[in-house]
Write a protein that binds this ligand. Structure first.
Ligand code: DX5
Ligand code: ZN
Length: 217
């Protein structure tokens, strides 16, 4: 199973984003956090910024929408060329319809679960998604501590993915460091978002290498 390391640019210097992207070339995808100050109590940027990122990023974009009303906005990110677009389960009543729309446009469709959201109702929907994002912190801010209490959801998801034989990526996001990544990998994650542990490192490339190593061990 190939693991993926997706640095989150939430922890990068937005003003010098092109050079920041240059520091993470050895990663797999660039994780882009979109926050609307409604679904989460924090605000980042929107579609215009992502359209520009799409032009300058050497790596494909992994969009994480922490926004209300994803039906209105998510398709635009797919149309902008994002590789994957993940919306929150808590923000929609029609996750399947939205996932189908994203796939139709050509993006991988992802669904994200906050730490308190039960995974059970989504297990039978797995064929509709290309990735499931298990939040390992409350969404909204970087630099928080990894919540090990979310790991049983990954175990359940990994079991369900194995049973169905589907190629659904299992992503974790929040508090992923060289110490915690192994816990998430053992539980069943194969795609790891890391913000502060990558951009806060003196040598982000070396940190990406270390995370890869730990995830594989
Ligand atoms: C939090 C975001 C994360 C954040 C992770 O709501 O979804 O992607 O950047 O940051 P770290 O890795 O610092 O916990
Ligand atoms: Zn994120």
């Amino acid at each position: 199973m190939a693991n993926r390391i997706n640095p989150s640019i939430l922890a990068a210097d937005f003003v010098n984003i092109e050079s920041e992207l240059g520091r993470i070339r050895s990663a797999d995808l660039v994780h882009v956090d979109i926050m609307d100050n409604h679904f989460v109590p924090n605000l980042t940027f929107g579609l215009g910024m992502v359209e520009r990122l799409q032009q300058v990023s050497p790596l494909p974009l992994d969009i994480h929408l922490m926004i209300d009303d994803p039906e209105r906005w998510a398709p635009g990110y797919a149309e902008a060329g994002a590789y994957s677009v993940t919306f929150h389960a808590e923000a929609t009543t029609e996750p399947v319809a939205l996932a189908r729309r994203l796939r139709q446009i050509g993006a991988r469709a992802g669904i994200a679960l906050k730490p308190g959201t039960d995974v059970a109702p989504y297990l039978e929907l797995l064929p509709e998604f290309d990735q499931v994002l298990v939040m390992t912190v409350e969404p909204g801010f970087g630099g928080q501590s990894f919540m090990e209490s979310t790991m049983p959801k990954l175990v359940q998801l990994r079991r369900a993915v194995q049973k169905t034989g589907l190629d659904v990526w299992l992503q974790v996001d929040g508090g992923i460091t060289a110490q915690t990544i192994e816990i998430a990998a053992v539980a069943g994650a194969d795609t790891f978002v890391a913000g502060s542990s990558v951009f806060g490192a003196e040598n982000p490339a070396a940190q990406i290498g270390l995370l890869r190593e730990r995830a594989a061990s």
